[in-house]
Write a protein that binds this ligand. Sequence first.
Ligand SMILES: Cc1cc2nc3c(=O)[nH]c(=O)nc-3n(C[C@H](O)[C@H](O)[C@H](O)COP(=O)(O)OP(=O)(O)OC[C@H]3O[C@@H](n4cnc5c(N)ncnc54)[C@H](O)[C@@H]3O)c2cc1C
Length: 327
Amino acid sequence: MSRCTTLEISAKSVVMATGGYAANKEMVKEAFGFEGVNGGLGQNVGEGLKMAWEAGAKVPDNFGGQMLHQTLARATQGLKAQYEPFEASYPLMLTYLPNFMNVGTSGARFRDEAATLTSVAAANTSAFNGPYHMVIVSKSQLNSLQTKGMQGVHAPSLPGMPPEFYAGFADQFTLENPWTNVEKVFDSMVENGDGFKGNTIEELATNAGMDVDVFVENYNSYKEATKTGVDTEFSKATEYLESMGEEGPYYAIIAEINNLGSVGGLLVNTKFQVLNDKRTPVKGLFAVGLESEGVLFNDTYVGNGVAILLYLRSSWRGERGKQCFES
Ligand SMILES: Cc1cc2nc3c(=O)[nH]c(=O)nc-3n(C[C@H](O)[C@H](O)[C@H](O)COP(=O)(O)OP(=O)(O)OC[C@H]3O[C@@H](n4cnc5c(N)ncnc54)[C@H](O)[C@@H]3O)c2cc1C
């Protein structure tokens, strides 16, 4: 039997450092409309923010921003139980290449896929398509990967994934390395429920829950662009308009966006004092880290590696100057 005890602790000052609310799915959806994956700590559910708001802190005007920074393939984890890391990462790698058609859950194409070359642009252009987007791959493209690796589909560079994503297969992570077993791996992805397959475009749309008419129209328009070299809808560069071939099967990879954390929730001044609706300090209340990051970023994390700055800067001030946490 578990027993909970509530402790009431009196202190001259309180520093809120509870890491935001990215693990609170409902709160993120309500504040930002985002339904992707939480890549941060599961315990960061916004309790500290709610306490601070109850104590009189202002909810900032830009409240809602998230640190969207990476693309994930839902298939990776399941495939890692069945295949070597390189093979298990085939779907993941394709989510980072500009040479493949990307569609939202309705089946409509939504961006110039060259956005995948920059991780923050990739994450933020996908973010409002529902819980995931899909990367469309044809049989002829899989054949090219099987025989010539990523250079077979004219990848301009290696997928721009974080180093930890390919640390387990760094020696195989080249453009030339052939993708052996690729069709088997993609079939496993579908069997695991982490992607879709269809022998025709219509069948793929049905199996993936897309609107068939929407997908067929978008697919035909994209296919036409791969033939003419002119993308009339999103102006993707000709060199990324990789041929889809004429035959199925076709696959759809489920690609999700990884949220590294919520951005902000409390307004702070340069002493990290939390401000109220009048933008004056709430006596004795300070905030650092993600809770205070709304003063550094707005609704988009720019990805320069400065997110941790507010935490470090506040620690430094606390240690060196001792003026930071005085009320
Ligand atoms: C995968 C990943 C990669 C990242 N890469 C970078 C990078 O390259 N560069 C960069 O600048 N930033 C990066 N970030 C962001 C950076 O890590 C964060 O901005 C920073 O760690 C935030 O620090 P924090 O102290 O606010 O929150 P956290 O480090 O999350 O700490 C919050 C703490 O509060 C605790 N807590 C939560 N609720 C309660 C409660 N009710 N009571 C008591 N304790 C509670 C939690 O357990 C946790 O210990 C990355 C984040 C992730 C997830």
